[in-house]
Design a protein around this ligand. Sequence first.
Ligand code: URA
Length: 188
Amino acid sequence: MDVEQKKILIKKLNEKINNCKKCPLHLTRTNAVPGEYNVDAKIMFIGEAPGRNEDLQGKPFVGAAGKKLDEGLKKINLERKEVFITSILKCRPPNNRNPKIEEIKSCSPYLEEQIKIIDPKIIVLMGNFALKYFFDYNISQIHGKIIEKTYLGKKRLFYPIFHPAAIIYNQKLKETFYKDFEKLKEYI
Ligand code: URA
């Protein structure tokens, strides 16, 4: 699929997400946060769910966690405009509580559509919620390791890392987080 086709399909999908009323999170959101940047990206980053700033702006990772993600991207010489960033849930859970299973179930078809359209080579799973949607592993055992899996009809590479929000007050995790980005460089 060429870039122009991808842009059209993502735009249509974004409209669906922005008008979605499939779960009660639509009642408390300011904006849905479908995901942003390059629809032709080779790398897709998947987080957990929008937080307060993301809900206000309708853009992914624009708060404190986003700054950490940007620093990680810098380590691998990438900018936001070269990647696609989204989350498992497209709407903010009230008070940033954990996503509920029913919310993940109703929202995940949007993520699957995004993966089909964008067709990234590497999918970076940030934190346990993103990881556990795809695999039955724990982030502390599998971060920084490439997992190959046929998903939606294609062989894809998955790369789990800690969620950038988890490293904000944890120096040790911070080092691990950036080391995992360095290792990612070898695969791109
Ligand atoms: N954390 C996430 O998982 N996603 C966002 O968009 C922002 C913070």
